[in-house]
Design a protein around this ligand. Sequence first.
Ligand code: PNW
Length: 479
Amino acid sequence: MFPCDFAWGAGSAAYQIEGGWQADGKGPSIWDTFCHEKGRVFGDQNGDVGCNSYELWEKDLECIQQLGLTHYRLSLSWARLLPDGTTRRVNQKGVQYYNKVIDDLLACDVSPMVTLYHFDLPQALQDQGGWKSQSIATLFDNYAKFCFQTFGDRVKLWLTINEPYVCAKLGHEDGIHAPGFKEPGIAAYLAGHNMLRAHAMAWHSYNSTYRTTQKGAVSLAINSDWFEPLRAGCAEDIAATERCFAFTLGWFAWPVFVTGDYPEIMRSAIDAQSKKLGYNSSSRLPSFSKEEPAVLGTADFFALNYYTSRKVEPGGGCGKVLSIKTDRDAGQVLDPSWPICGVSWLAVVPYGLRKLLKHIKYTFNNPAVYITENGFSQVGPLQIEDVQRSEFYKDTILEVAKAIQEDGVNGDGVRGYFAWSLLDNFEWADGFSVRFGLFHVDFADANRRQRMYHSGREYAKMISEYKRKKSNTGQKVLS
Ligand code: PNW
């Protein structure tokens, strides 16, 4: 049973698809810098051209229409709109580009869901300290206000920051995403903290200045795997599983949805390791200042990016150096029965999404939920008949239906599902070697020829079936 206004979408992100990295006055972002350094990305590839959506947007729109999407999730490139990251100078060509995208979508009866930040910080702001710097929150808030002001008459679903976890950990702890810092156990907590501050400020700005006239909703996209104990009923494994949740989902969802602060499990684990390793400052995980706008309650819905699941046992806590892994003290393994798709981190576990939705319902007080990302990747030669991915989408969407129907994740419940991704695109550190698209993109072709995968056809069928039933039954819709 999918509600009558269920959102059927697909997603993308500016740096992954747009190209036009220097076009019409765009400023450089940290991903431009990162990719242009040798040895950072698979094959030293970059998003200079990407899917060339900056020039070929109309073709993307055709793909969106062929799928029959009701919603399209895109992100804005901060440095395309504000080349040096500040509102001192607005790049009107950038504004025009996004105005056209948004207007075209609406003219086709597709609602935009817009992410303000999807990993691509203006380089000018990185040069001033980036997410590690306190002042980034105000700069982000100014950028957010500019976007609400400029596009908010038409955009009703906003995401401030995509996956602060990935941005903090992969960018500041592991160094495999831009800005490429390897400062384990310290920088990620600081960057994550400033992302939460930035998000909260932007939400408050929307709430106090734009909400009454624009009537939209604002959240942040939080990624989490589904975690379960390796040995069912084993107390150590259960405790380790709780730590995994605290250090992933809880890190960003707890402050926003539960207490206004980090999960107690997380803080005490970090403090204990600091002590053990003789790190004097107890403040690796910063605290929220009472002087600043509260972070609690700064989401109008829960935006979940779900990809995979993990079995958990204790492990890693004996590390001799500071790191998130040492703090978390939990090892994550894959169940051998789970098939692997494309990339090694991505085991196919559709039921994990159902369990996670139920977990979110009970942990975060039954919020409205949009699944803002979920997908399946391919590597290797072109397989237009991607049967395995088609099965993945069918199985996963069935699990969403079960969550709604059998677990009672309804009422406010699940409001929408966004497949990742509309197009094959620049998959960050994996470059173009990993393909998540519902459409194949030929990156050797100057026109970036697009071809719908079998999975795209299947997803389109599911959506049209939903629309058909909706027009027959009016209110509630049988899946
Ligand atoms: C998400 N990992 O990022 C992003 O939001 C998308 O832009 C991306 O294309 C998608 O997932 C698929 O990867 C992730 O290495 C990037 O664990 C890397 C990881 C997870 C998520």
